[in-house]
Ligand binder design. Sequence first.
Ligand SMILES: O=C(O)CCC(=O)C(=O)O
Length: 238
Amino acid sequence: MPQRNLIKRNWKKAKEKQSSRSIVLVQCAQLSAVSAYIEAVRELACELLDLMAEGLRVPDRSVFSRLIRDVDSDSLIRLNHYPPMPLLCQDEDSSPCNQNKVGFGEHSDPQILTILRSNDVGGLQISLNDGAWVPVTPDPATFWVNVGDLLQAMTNGRFVSVRHKALTNSSKSRMSMAYFAGPPPNARITVPPEIITPTKPALYKPFTWAEFKKAAYAMRLGDRRLALFRMEGDEQVA
Ligand SMILES: O=C(O)CCC(=O)C(=O)O
């Protein structure tokens, strides 16, 4: 089938699923360079997850990566473009004007792990526990890795999903490419038993990725979605 018809057919299929993200994914997946990139970053994500499991002394080191290797894994890639935006003045009289505009608002990634690459234009910032924002130095030759909400749940809070945002640059375009490694929709998100101890009882109720996604997409970008699945004090189990 000619490439164009294939894309058209997949576009229609994705539209039926009513997911604009999958439209991007399905279209991109036709391009072999993108497919090869996705495969490479998926492998990187899996290796990192195996090392994390090992670091947590979980005997089954593929306990997390298995979810991403699954044929039904709900992973996706997003390409972001932030055109240059002139600096904004909050107050007409104040000077100098030094407010970069927010290109992508504060949030944590809902999936397991994110592998991000960007061009050499900065903008990404992460939030520390005290609420301070720290800029990430852009480097097109390196990957930036974000822990997602699901990994926080599956490690009972040992790895914490990072809140981040992206600012626009006043004179240059920022481009970034994020691979979000996610599990199959019906995957049950639970903590390996070795991580739960009497002193560190389970923090979250078990849930499926489909349930989490439904809850997440009903909330605002910056909302803390994991809080919905947090055990109440007397529900915590060791
Ligand atoms: O462009 C960036 O560096 C951040 C992108 C991002 O946070 C996202 O795509 O979820």
